[in-house]
Structures are given as C-alpha cells and as structure tokens.
Design a protein around this ligand. Structure first.
Ligand SMILES: [Fe+2]
Ligand SMILES: [Fe+2]
Length: 204
C-alpha cells in the first residue's frame, strides 16, 4: 500500500504486530506500553489454533474479547488497570509450555505467565491472579469439592475481589462452562468470604 511509512514516531515492528493482533488496544499506562511491546508477549498473543474451550484460535482474539468486556462492564480506576494487565498476560505464555513435560508447576502456562509478569511488577495481587487463574477450574474438574484445595487457593490470593472478577471475565468468553465459577463463588460464600469476592460493579 503506497510508500507512506512515516507512521507515528516510536512505532517499531513489534508495535505494528501488536496492532494487527489487538487492533483496538491502546495502552493506558507506561506499564501497559512496556508489556505490550515485549516480543515475548507479542509472540504469545499470536500463538494458538482453535481448540476446545478456545474456539477463537490465537490467544490475542481471546484477550481482545476480555478487553472489550472490561470496557462493556464499565470498569474504571485501579480495577480496570488490574484487569487489563492480567488479561494481557494471563494466557500469553502458553506457547512456552513444554509439551513433553507435565503441564504443572513451572511448566503451567499460568505460572510461566506469572514469571513473565514479575519482570514488570511486584504487585502480588496481580501476580497471584495470573498464576492461579485456572486453578479453581482445575480443582472443580479434577477434585470437585476438595476443601483443602480451595483453601490453598484462597490463602494465596491477596485480593479476592480482583481474583473473582478476573475469573468472571476469563469465563465470559464463548466456549467456557460457567459452572466452575458459580461453584467457586459458592465456596467463598460458604466460608463467609462472598463479599470480598463480589465486586461493587456487577455481580455474576
Ligand atoms: Fe489460562
Ligand atoms: Fe484466558
């Protein structure tokens, strides 16, 4: 298309690639700008084929849906910034999971995502949300009702409001079963923690 390539000042190849992957994304902070120009993140967002639970394909499509939903929910302030950062990073390290090793511990995409995020923040509310975002689903699926496993999640999460809100966000996309989140919220309610897991904006 023509030879007009004088586009806006600091717009390296990475930023171009991100614009292709997440066309609606506009950084809202220095943190977002930094993480969104990291080639590791960009490669991770580009990765993925349609599969069970993720009919949309590349991780970026899923992340784009989450960013749109944050917008639609009218999230503002710190909650908005937190959700956006976690949305960008939480699944982006799937491509770094070794297929020949168990997908647990340091080889789980969520833990890899946390390790990546540690380069950008030491806010444990964000890091724990990234690291544990799939844990309630796994406990629900494999160890339904295991109170010890639920307790171990809760003990590690400094901000249950953010955590539950992100579970709702991540679970809001097509192809996701709403049951694990309902179950996890019921577990919080049973422990008298429902108000900490419930956000002031919108429920369910
Ligand atoms: Fe995930
Ligand atoms: Fe996700």
């Amino acid at each position: 298309m023509g030879d007009v390539d004088t586009a806006g000042g600091d717009d390296p190849t990475e930023a171009r690639a991100l614009a292709d992957l997440l066309p609606a994304f506009r950084p809202e902070s220095d943190l977002e700008r930094a993480v969104a120009s990291d080639p590791v993140l960009i490669e991770g967002l580009a990765w993925g084929k349609p599969r069970r639970g993720h009919p949309e394909g590349p991780v970026a499509v899923h992340v784009g849906h989450l960013l749109e939903t944050i917008e639609r929910w009218g999230e503002t302030g710190r909650r908005r910034a937190d959700l956006r950062f976690v949305a960008l990073v939480h699944d982006a390290l799937k491509y770094r999971v070794s297929p020949w090793r168990p997908k647990t511990g340091e080889n789980h995409h969520a833990v890899r995502g946390r390790r990546f995020a540690e380069r950008y923040t030491d806010d444990e509310r964000l890091l724990a949300t990234i690291e544990l975002h799939d844990r309630p689903y796994n406990v629900w699926r494999r160890r339904r009702g295991d109170p010890g496993a639920v307790g171990r999640i809760i003990d590690r999460v400094p901000d249950l409001g953010l955590f539950v809100r992100f579970l709702e966000l991540d679970g809001s996309t097509e192809g996701k079963n709403p049951e694990p989140i309902r179950w996890f919220k019921a577990e919080l309610a049973r422990r008298g923690l429902a108000s900490r897991g419930r956000d002031q904006t919108q429920g369910g």
